[in-house]
Each structure stands twice: as C-alpha cells, then as structure tokens.
Design a protein around this ligand. Structure first.
Ligand code: ADP
Length: 448
C-alpha cells in the first residue's frame, strides 16, 4: 500500500479522497493555491504545499509545481480527483517516469477515451452499442451529406476532440449540412486546435444513463450499476440518481454485463464511467470518463461500496475485492449539486458564508468542504457541496431529499438550493419522467 498520497485537487473531492486515505492508514499531502490556504482539505491533511497563484492554470493544472510537491514531501502516489489533471494522459505518464503512481487508469486508456473517434471505434470493437453514424472522421461536405442521408436526418456534427458540448452542430437536411459541417469544424479548430469532425444520428428525447465500472488492470472488472443524469443545464449535470428510474432490473443487468465484459477485455484499471444516451429501450455509447465522477456517491449509497477506497487499493496493486454476484442495489439515491450561483440567472455568487448548518439526519449525506466563515473564491468551479438522499425506494428518497433541502441553510451567498425546492414540486420530476432536454425547457418557461 502507498505510504503517502498527494491529492491534486481542491474542494469537496479533495476532502473525499483524504477521508479514504485516512481510513486506509495512508498519510496525505494537500496542495493548494494561495487563496485556498484556509481550505478544509489543507487543514485536515498531514502536510500541505502551496503550488502557485490562484488561477488554476498556475496551480491545480501546474504539472511542474505538483511534481515538485511530490518530491518535497516524498509522496508515492497522486490522486487527481475529477476535473483538473484527472484525464491528462501526459500527467499520468510523467508521474510514471518519476516512479509515482497515478491513481487512475493507464495513460494509454486515458488517451483512447479522450479522442472521441478512437473511443467510439474501441467501444464498437468491445461490443458496446453506439449511436449510428460515420466510421471515423468525415473529411468532406459531400461525404457528410451522404452519411446524413444514409443514417437519416437530423444528425449531429461533432468535434473529434470535443468537450463541454463545443464543436457540436445539428443538421436537419442536406441544405443545413453545409453550415453545420463548416461551423462545427471552425469551432473545433478554434477550441481544440483540431478540425476533425464526425457524424452521429441525433436522438430527439434521450435520457443520459451511465454505468459505473471498476477494474484491476489484469482482466477482472465489475459494474456497480447505473445512474440517470438527464437533468442538465448546458450539458452540466445538476441532479443524478441511482438506480435509473426508467430501467428494469433485467435491462440494468444486461447493459451492466456488456460494459463489465468490455472492461475485462480492455484490462481497464480503476474507476470509470461509460456514458450512454438511452431512447426507446436502446443504449447508445457517447463517451467514457476515465476517472472518478462527481456523482459517484449515489452509487456508493445503493451498493455500500466505497469507490475511492477501492480505487486507491487497486492502484496500489491489490486485488479487486468486488465480485459481481456480491454487488447488490439497495433502495434509491439522489444527489443534487449545490452551486454558489444565483438560482435564477446562474451567475456565480462567490463570497463569505456567514451561517452554515448543513442538512443531516437519516438517509442524508453531505459531501462539502465549506464551513461557516469560509469565503467561496471566484476562481474555480462554483460547486460548494453535494446533498445525497437515500431511501428504501424513490418515493422515500424524494421525501428525505425535500426535507433535507428545506433544512439546509447557506447564508451570505446565493446558492442553487431554491431551484431544487422548485424542482421537487414538479410532477415530471416526482414521477421520474424527464429526458436530457427537460431542464432547459423548464428553465426557459420558468426563469425567462
Ligand atoms: P462533450 O464531450 O462535448 O460533452 P458528448 O458527446 O458527451 O460531448 O455530448 C454532450 C451532450 O450532447 C450529451 O450529454 C447529450 O446531451 C448531447 N448529445 C451528444 N450526442 C448526441 C446525439 N447523438 N443525439 C442527441 N444528443 C446528443
């Protein structure tokens, strides 16, 4: 097992990783920017190193600084959390060259899944169902139109190196294709320095369903069930649930086994998530995230597996203790993301938290690193906490979530908590009847 893990992240996820390290008896090193000197993860870690000024590009993304922090403290592994350097193959490789373990999959697997065309090709080879579309890059407009007609409009033109929904354009017919194809290419060139695009059938009312996996890198892999993350604003998830309300146990088992078998073949190591769009009973692969996800706690609640703990064990070369037949799903869990933002305009609302009694009680988990008197800095993601409710079924889970949202107080800054109070009154939310477009439509109607 590792003796000292450096946590290359901040906020709630740094604290989450720190907790798993403590339980494993591993010493912890926190790294932080100047403004984060008083952060909880810094206070609770055994050691801490300031790695640079406030902008993430100069601190949390600063590879030389993080390497120096590893050397100074003698850390033998780095946990990247999510975001920042978590899907940076170069970082994983550099650590390896310095005999420091990257707690995550191999650099090669990060690279494959980071290139969308390559990822899709790999998924098809591994037997994972994909959205019908072009085989790889589409280099000319004529080819784009031919594929559009062949798979049937509407289609999406997507950037091969895409991310965050950029370089993605809808084409509804041949005439439309000219504009979609050229704007997707120029947007992709501007955002990612690569104008390669590919084409996919556009699904009109899909849900976002993803499968959590864990592998040991030697051919043993399991799935930990599914999550529905369809409630999204600008492609950002705000509400996630496990298990997905629209799937039967049989469907869950089938797609889970397809994914687990694929990960065995790939010899995938650590935690990962395969994301699908789901429409009319069919799954369509969109991407794989080769890291821990923000929404992992809902899976932890229903499976009783500590995903971060297992992730660290596997990275240290220990066997994956999880056996598929022993993984069961109990009850229902929902996570909501509490952001320091105006609940109507979503403008960031940094500043000092003057009063902070978080929710608690039966079936409630709060993953957060803020406290009374803490000042939310303006430099980073606005997530200040995650509230996770759990119950024997979706109804009980919703009752607890509503009770917890009502009692959760964050004074001094604006948060998105009132948005969830409103959503918990919506019949579609209560019945679980929503797709990936639901929230945008709701906001257009209610927050215009
Ligand atoms: P990115 O990496 O840019 O986020 P993704 O491929 O993950 O791109 O897609 C982002 C989002 O765009 C999806 O969550 C979904 O909402 C939408 N989307 C992607 N592909 C399709 C598709 N074929 N049909 C309909 N919507 C899609």
């Amino acid at each position: 097992m590792f003796t000292k893990v450096l946590i290359a992240n901040r906020g709630e996820i740094a604290l989450r990783i720190l907790r798993a390290c403590k339980e494993l008896g591993i010493q912890t090193v926190a790294v932080h920017s100047v403004v984060d000197a008083d952060a909880m993860h810094v206070r609770l870690a055994d050691e801490s190193v300031c790695i640079g000024p406030n902008p993430a590009s100069e601190s949390y993304l600063n590879i030389p600084s993080i390497l120096a922090a590893c050397e100074i403290t003698g850390a033998d592994a780095v946990h990247p959390g999510y975001g920042f350097l978590s899907e940076n193959a170069r970082f994983a490789r550099i650590l390896g060259e310095h005999k420091i373990t990257f707690i995550g999959p191999s650099a090669r697997h990060i690279e494959i899944m980071g290139d969308k065309i390559e990822a899709k090709k790999t998924a098809i080879e591994l037997g994972i169902p994909c959205v019908p579309g072009s085989e790889g890059e589409v280099p000319t407009l004529e080819e784009a139109r031919r594929i559009g007609r062949e798979i049937g409009y509407p289609v999406l033109v997507k950037a091969a190196s895409g991310g965050g929904g950029r370089g993605m354009k809808l084409a509804s017919d041949d005439a439309d294709m000219e504009n979609a194809w050229s704007t997707a290419r120029s947007e992709a060139k501007a955002a990612f320095g690569d104008d390669a695009v590919y084409i996919e059938k556009y699904l009109t009312k899909p849900r976002h369903i993803e499968i959590q996996v864990m592998g040991d890198g030697r051919g043993h892999a399991v799935h930990l069930g599914d999550r529905d993350c369809s409630l999204q604003r600008r492609h950002q998830k705000i509400w996630e649930e496990a298990t997905a309300p629209s799937l039967s146990a049989k469907q869950r088992d089938e797609i889970g086994m397809i994914v687990a078998n694929a990960m065995k073949k790939l010899e995938y190591s650590g935690a990962g998530t395969i994301e699908f769009l789901y429409e009319d009973g069919e799954f369509y692969f969109i991407e794989m995230n080769t890291r821990l996800q923000v929404e992992h706690p809902v899976t932890e609640r229903i499976t009783n597996v500590d995903i971060v703990y297992e992730q660290i064990r596997v990275a240290a070369g220990e066997e994956l203790r999880l056996k598929q037949e022993e993984i069961t799903f109990w009850g229902h869990a929902i996570e909501i993301r509490i952001n320091a933002e105006d609940p109507r305009t979503f403008t960031p609302s940094p500043g000092k938290i003057t009063y902070y009694p978080p929710a608690g009680g039966v079936g409630v988990r709060v993953d957060s690193a803020v406290y009374q008197g803490y000042a939310v800095p303006p430099y980073y993601d606005s997530l200040i906490g995650k509230l996770i409710a759990h119950g024997r079924d979706r109804k009980e889970c919703l009752q607890r979530l509503r009770r917890a949202v009502d009692e959760f107080i964050v004074d001094g800054i604006k948060t998105t908590l009132p948005l969830f109070q409103d959503l918990l009154e919506e019949p579609d939310i209560l019945s679980g009847d929503y797709d990936i477009h639901w929230l945008e439509k709701y906001l257009a109607e209610h927050h215009a």
